[in-house]
Design a protein around this ligand. Structure first.
Ligand code: IPM
Ligand code: MN
Length: 355
């Protein structure tokens, strides 16, 4: 099969972790007789530095012209402490999601047996955790009306949702839950917010189309708590953009390191696969970042955009082996020897090719 993949490495550790995901994808291509053509695009601070725009039109064209996008990370500290910055790297990611119509962000959290004791949460609590967030990604407070008034002394951001936006997102959640344990949790703040009440009534009205799915409705504050107290009680969770942003970071530490969890953003045009961690600028260029989340994102890509399930499963299996055999970066090694970003990637490639 010919696979056309766009590569948007971005900022910070983005290029380093992307390099390993490319190596691993090439090993998969070699083993299964595929041919990958890669096309690079600028995004984030790297794109601002070169073009002034965090998501240049050339990059958008590269994405449109590809079957899938593999994405690193965006963000640079030089923008973080400057509220007056006219343009920010994150804007590139947001614009890309919007222009590609990627309204659903799929973020799994699962545990690895050999890492149970790395989690800040007790083994007895996290054992058996295997959940997936479906976060709405192109609406809500991220994209609602915002501005300043009163000589800049008053600011507002608005959470806006249409019924159509909720239906298309919830559909992905319902369908995913049919393939899993048929349990769906809708997260909102319907005791306070009007937009949440629309979420709840819309999802309720869809229940009859999915009689096999057992739906629960929970307030976001309660979920934040129960995610730590009893994460294995959840399976598929659907929620709006901001709640999903916050809860998926929270959920990601359950597995032991934020450097482990992948994600897929899907919708109308080319899907994007990216690690859920950020650009981790402190580690940039040091060859110490954990490449596993990006490698697992490539695994999601083989399945999600190309239907190549065997390829996808093999990557997951070998990543799991690397963790069991302790071929891991410093964030996962504890007091044991740790390996560089590159060494972890190369170990996985070798294992794929000879396995
Ligand atoms: C994420 C990130 C982004 C978001 C930022 C970088 C704009 O935190 O993908 O979760 O808030 O969506
Ligand atoms: Mn986030």
């Amino acid at each position: 099969m010919n696979l056309k993949i766009a590569l948007l490495a971005g900022d910070g550790i983005g290029p380093e972790v992307i390099r390993e995901a490319v190596k691993v994808s090439e090993s998969i291509a070699k083993k299964f007789n595929h041919k990958i053509s890669w096309k690079e695009g600028l995004v984030g601070a790297a794109a601002i530095d070169k073009t002034g725009d965090p998501y240049p039109i050339e990059t958008h064209d590269v994405c449109l012209d590809s079957d899938a996008v593999l994405f690193g990370a965006v963000g640079d500290p030089k923008f973080d402490n400057d509220p007056s910055a006219k343009v920010r790297p994150e804007e590139g990611l947001l614009r890309m999601r919007k222009k590609l119509g990627l309204y659903a962000n799929i973020r799994p959290t699962y545990t690895f047996d050999s890492l149970m004791d790395k989690s800040p949460i007790k083994r007895s609590i996290i054992e058996g955790t295997d959940l997936v967030f479906v976060r709405e990604l192109t609406g809500g407070i991220y994209f609602g009306k915002r501005g300043r008034k009163d000589n800049n002394n008053f600011a507002f951001d608005t959470c806006e949702y249409s019924k159509e936006e909720i239906i298309r997102l919830a559909k992905i959640g319902f369908e995913l839950s049919l393939k899993r344990s048929k349990k769906l949790c809708c997260i909102d703040k319907a005791n306070v917010l009007e937009s949440s009440r629309l979420w709840r009534e819309t999802v309720q009205s869809m229940e009859k189309e999915y009689p096999d799915v057992q739906v629960s409705y929970e307030f976001v504050d309660a979920v934040a708590m129960r995610l730590i107290q009893n994460p294995s009680s959840y399976d598929v969770l659907i929620t709006g953009n901001l709640f999903g942003d916050i809860l998926t970071d929270e959920a990601s530490v359950i597995s032991g390191s934020m450097g482990l969890m992948p994600s897929a953003s899907v919708g109308l045009k080319t899907s994007i696969y990216e690690p859920i961690h950020g650009s981790y600028p402190q580690a940039k260029g040091k060859n110490i970042a954990n490449p596993l989340a990006t490698i697992l994102s490539a695994s999601m890509m083989f399945e999600g955009s190309f239907g190549l399930i065997e390829e996808s499963e093999l990557i997951k299996q070998v990543v799991s082996d690397s963790i069991t055999k302790k071929i891991v970066t410093g964030d996962l090694s504890g007091n044991d020897k740790f390996y560089s970003t590159e060494e972890v990637g190369s170990w996985i490639c070798k294992r794929i090719e000879k396995g």
